[in-house]
Design a protein around this ligand. Structure first.
Ligand code: RTP
Length: 155
């Protein structure tokens, strides 16, 4: 019981402008929520192009980098931090493969998206990027620590 608090991991999840415009915010939030993950930060923001470039700095050599950053900064994004055991890896599983043509049915991209350039959601791909992305998108005081009522039944 007391051991789980220290092990709790956090990941950065963003609903991209296509997901927001298509009215998929509640659909996506509910999949993470029903799984048993805990929402510890959330905001709506239109990132600048420069901010999008920072977020995707690892991809700056890729041919789609410029278009990707234009797209991320083209409208409102829902930025979130989710917490729970295994949330980084399992969050990626909930999201599905990068290319929605290859994502399994039952995943967010498999169920709700069609092409890689409009794949509606982002999730950190490992502990290091999770930490970096949370720090990029949120100030420490925007992260809320609390005990949710369901925790004692989840863990
Ligand atoms: P994400 O971080 O967004 O979950 O995606 P990922 O790691 O699975 O994929 P990554 O290769 O890091 O690509 C990041 C985002 O770039 C866009 N993309 N476009 N060929 C293309 O046009 C292309 N390839 C990737 C996608 O929006 C992808 O999520």
């Amino acid at each position: 019981q007391e051991a789980h608090a220290a092990a709790m991991e956090r990941t950065f999840i963003a609903i991209k402008p296509d997901g927001v415009q298509r009215g998929l915010i509640s659909e996506i939030v509910s999949r993470f929520e029903r799984k048993g993950f805990k929402l510890v930060a959330i905001k709506i923001v239109v990132p600048s192009k420069g901010f999008a470039e920072k977020h995707y700095h690892d991809l700056k050599e890729r041919p789609f980098f410029n278009g990707l950053c234009d797209f991320l900064s083209s409208g409102p994004v829902i930025a979130m931090v989710w917490e729970g055991e295994g949330v980084i890896k399992y969050g990626r599983k909930l999201i599905g493969a990068t290319d929605p043509q290859k994502s399994e049915p039952g995943t967010i991209r498999g169920d709700l998206a069609v092409v890689v350039g409009r794949n509606i959601i982002h999730g950190s791909d490992g502990p290091e990027t999770a930490k970096d992305e949370i720090n990029l998108w949120f100030k420490p005081e925007e992260l809320v620590s609390y005990t949710s009522n369901s925790e004692k039944w989840l863990y």
